[in-house]
Each structure stands twice: as C-alpha cells, then as structure tokens.
Design a protein around this ligand. Sequence first.
Ligand code: ASP
Ligand code: MG
Length: 469
Amino acid sequence: MKIVMKFGGVSVADGEGLRRVGGIVDKFRAEGHELVVVTSAMFNVTNSLVDAASRAGRGQREHVKRFVEDIRKRHLDAAQVAVRDEEVLDRTMRAIESECEDLKNILLGISHISELTPRSKDFVIGYGERLSAPILQGVLEDLGMSSESLTGGEAGIVTDDHFGGAEPLMNVTTLEVRQAIDPLLEKGVVPVVTGFIANTQDGTHTTLGRGGSDFTASIIGAAIRADEVWVWKDVEGLMTANPRITPNALMIDRISFAEAMELAHFGAQIIHPKALESAARFQLPFRVKSLSKPDGEGTVIVKEVKVKDGNVVKAITNIDDVDLITVSGASMFGTPRLAARVLDILTDEEVDVLLISQSSSEENITLAIPKDDGSRAQNALELSLLGSKQVREVSIEAGLSIVAVVGAGMKGTPGVAARVFATMAANNINIRAIAQGSSELNISFIIKKQDAPEAIRALHDDFKLGECA
Ligand code: ASP
Ligand code: MG
C-alpha cells in the first residue's frame, strides 16, 4: 500500500520518541509499503515559538537569544539520543544548527523593529517542524533507509496568503506534490515532510493553522493518491467515550467522516477537522493508529459505514467549560435576523460558537461558547445590541458543559432524543439548552459541568456502547 503516516508532537517529544517513530516506519517499510512521513514539531515547541514571536514583536532581544539557545539545545539533545551513526548524526546536527541560526536572525530582525506581522509570525512558528523533520530523516537513515526531509513548500503544497490558516490551492498542489514526491518514492526514498507549513505561489511561508499537520497528511495523501493516511496517536483509536470518564468505553473500528467530524467538533480533538474534510472530499481513508500497538487495526474513518440494526448511537463526547449566553427580547427585530446579527458580531470578535439554540416563542437566542471568550462576547453583544430596543438583555451563565450524542444511525430514527432526555431525567440532570444538527448526526445539550461525567456514563450504558457489537 501507499501510506502517508503522520506523527504528532507527543510522539516526537524527545529522542526516544523519535527513535520509536523510526522503528514504526522501518517495520511498515519492511512489510513492503510505500511510505511518506509527515511530522509535527516536537511537543510544545510551536507554543513556545508563538510566545517567542510575540516577545520579539515587543522588542525583547535578550529573551529571543535565550529562547533560540534553549530550542537549539533541546533539538541537538534529541538528535544525539535518536541518531547513532556518527556521520548521520553530524549531518543532522549541522542541519539543526543552520535552522537555529536562521531562526535567530529572523527573531532578532523582528525585535529590532518591534513589529510582528501575520506574515513574519507564520515564518517563525514553522520552525518547530523545520527542526524536527531533519532529526527524523537522520533516524530513518540511521536505521538503514534512504530518506530526505522537505518543507511543506518543497513538497509542493501551495496555499493562498491567509496567514495563520492558509488554504491549499489543490490543483497546483496536486501537480507539484506529485512532481516532488513521486520521484523520491520511485527511488525508494522515504520522504519526511514538515507538517503545518507551506508556501504561497511566490514562495512566502504560510501555516495551515494550529494542529495543521493532520491537514498536511491529507493534502499529500490526496495528491499522491495514497491508499490510506495513518495518524499515529497515544490512544488506541477513536473511542465510544472518553475512557477516563467511562472506563468501559470501547474502541470504534469503523466510523464515517461525517461522524468523525461531529466528534471532532464536540471536543474529541483527535484529528483536525480540516484534515477530515479534505480526506472526505478525496475519499481518502483515514486511520487512527496506536503508537503503543502498531499492529492493531486502530479506527478507520471512511466515507460511509453501514448502520447495524439498533446501533443508532456511536459515541458520546463532551466539551467542558462553556458559557451560555442568552440574548433575549428580540420581538421587534425577528429572531432569524437577530440570529444573523448576533453571529456577525461574534465572528468579528473571533469567538467560536459551539452551539446555537433559539426559541421563537420567548424570542431569545442561546449560544454556547468557550469560557475564555465569555465576557468578551457578552460585552461585544451588549455594546452592539442594547439600547436599540431590539434586545432587552444579554445574560451569561458559566460552569457548563456540552454533551453530544453522535451517530449516523440517528438519522430518521425517531425516539433517540426522547431516550436521551429520559435518561437525563432519570438521573435528575437538568438540561439548560438543546440543539440537533440538521444532519441528524448529533443531539447535543448543555448541562452543569459537574453533571457531565454522570450524564456521559448513563448515556453510554443506556445505548449499550460498552458492549461489543
Ligand atoms: N506544530 C503545529 C501546532 O502545534 C502543528 C501540529 O502539531 O499539527 O499547531
Ligand atoms: Mg495535533
């Protein structure tokens, strides 16, 4: 098979992790598969680059120098643990030194003029991947493979210039990725591509948004017509519920893209939604594989999964720490128009709306948003809407969770919502708001945060998710 394998920051957190990743690649390569490896930055490196970029923007030159020294040391240490052959190690260390020198110059440049633009920020925060990829290349060479590391741009990914969340231009990208990757595969080389970063058509550096390495894997997989994309995780696969909450949660063998996207939206942040969206579009099967059980099948995400009789619900997921904002008294305005207005205001504030529910009788709109955005959202709504006679009040309630019940089998099956709410009633759990996606793939509702674990366990039992199908 032709497989794109993506390794996240946790799997390449240190030298041992990188060595283990090398072992996994070696194993599947020895089984005869053609592989392209996509790597994230080492654990937490991107966060520290974001911080360093912003400090550079505030002119903190001394911090920048210390920061680059730390990053340099962390990567050199990892290389020394992960790569054993002296010649390969020497080459790897020189690659690290050269990237760090560039990074230092860029950060010092930014701090000289104390100005960080979205464009220069994207350049800086891509250095995590620029540093991890050469180490992984070294590990693969050390294990006897021939390997080459490439940036996303060198691998042919061309994006628009929407810095911080660039979109690939798929037609050119497909052509260029094939031109870059196919000859390497033909020569038996294992390409190691940096996740997360790409270039515009004129060569400016961009990023695909935080967590974007999964997206890189989808883009490359689609371009080279891979058989599957494998995303390696420190979990077994996608689960019927969070096993820390529900100890009898089971691994899901097969799930559809649509269901996986619902899970991703409602807190199960296993795979980046954009990666799922693009894999779905190109009908590219996606597999979540376990680092600790490389031989296991993991969870495969495909276009469609047959719904077995009675198997209406596939998983229960939750988002903790949400605030509920209620905009009430919309009588003169009309709720649909008000809803549009409210969403516009929140979009301008860059607030992520997790759930909306509106009642026409009471003329109010209820929105769930992440708690960190709560008071900002409330202020923005008050400023724009109060005093116009359209809205009486914008209230906020904190300490809540969203629980979502997900499954393609719910579509057209009456009574699922009734069953969900009966289970809540039986457990004395008060529901604050309810929403159902028009896709009918989820029913989600809001309850007190402290009730969430009990609600999830009760639903997991009631829909018999802990029993093998
Ligand atoms: N390193 C990037 C980030 O932390 C991309 C990724 O990990 O997928 O956002
Ligand atoms: Mg990730």
